[in-house]
Design a protein around this ligand. Structure first.
Ligand SMILES: C[S@@+](CC[C@H](N)C(=O)[O-])C[C@H]1O[C@@H](n2cnc3c(N)ncnc32)[C@H](O)[C@@H]1O
Length: 243
């Protein structure tokens, strides 16, 4: 008789405020045999921090530590090779638990399928049963906190990674009704230039660590020269008139 394999759960845990965890996320995290989470070197891991003490004491904890985050550019071949190897190794460790019948919950900040590292595990673990639990996205948490309605009527929302080069960013932003720029961090000066070129600088709102105790919200045009952390994004709310 073949032993039943475990299920892989990609669990969205929201942008930071633990009260934005869904009931389903909490239930699955509390019941998981193995809880895996991504973390930067010397950091606890954002999704792990959000989840707090909901992980069962008897669960096996699997910290997946990135070899790089922002130390070298993402288009550096060394970065690509190290990350591919990291995801291969992480997927292999998870596969071992799944084959032995244990359910594995991978904690994902925001929603697992929106620029989430979980996607690279999902792609490698296709042979296993997988369930994805949607999470409140960072942008939803940020626009709620900024009291910024984003799209009305026929407005189209563009979601753009700040890692694009300046010309690509400008072309994606030009003509946008509304936009969200993710992955800000050290890309902020480039994003500011692209927004200015696209004629959107005056409407842009900067949100740092949205929904967390230390969150900061300001008009991007008023932002001082302080660097932006990785957990920041820029909102450009639509301007369609109200009904
Ligand atoms: C790899 S993406 C993950 C997005 C996530 N899966 C989601 O659904 O929102 C990471 C980016 O999300 C944004 N982000 C995540 N949490 C945030 C927060 N609490 N406040 C502002 N931006 C956040 C930042 O732009 C960050 O660089």
């Amino acid at each position: 008789m073949t032993e039943k394999t475990g299920t892989l759960y990609g669990v969205g845990v929201g942008p930071g405020d633990p009260e934005l965890l869904t009931l389903k996320a909490v239930r699955l995290i509390e019941a998981a045999d193995v809880v895996a989470f991504f973390a930067k070197k010397d950091r606890p891991g954002h999704a792990f921090r959000i989840t707090g003490d909901r992980i069962s004491k008897s669960a096996i904890s699997m910290r997946l530590e990135y070899p790089y985050t922002t130390e070298i550019p993402v288009d550096n071949p060394k970065y690509r090779a190290a990350m591919a190897n990291f995801y291969d190794t992480s997927a292999a460790m998870i596969a071992t638990h799944l084959r032995e019948g244990r359910n594995v919950a991978v904690l994902c900040e925001g929603d697992p399928f929106l620029y989430g590292s979980f996607i690279y595990l999902f792609d490698r673990l296709e042979e296993f049963t997988c369930e994805v639990i949607p999470g409140v996205t960072a942008m939803a948490g940020c626009w709620a906190e900024a009291a910024a309605p984003m799209t009305r009527g026929t407005d189209v929302l563009n979601i753009v990674p700040g890692t694009l080069d300046e010309d690509q960013l400008t072309s994606r932003l030009t003509g946008a009704d509304a936009a969200v720029i993710m992955k800000v961090g050290r890309n902020l000066p480039k994003i500011q230039r692209a927004l200015a070129r696209a004629g959107l600088a005056d409407r842009a709102v900067y949100v740092e660590r949205g929904t967390q105790k230390e969150s900061k919200i300001e008009r991007l045009s008023e932002k001082t020269d302080e660097p932006a952390p990785y957990f920041s994004l820029v909102l450009v709310p639509g301007e369609n008139p109200s009904a």
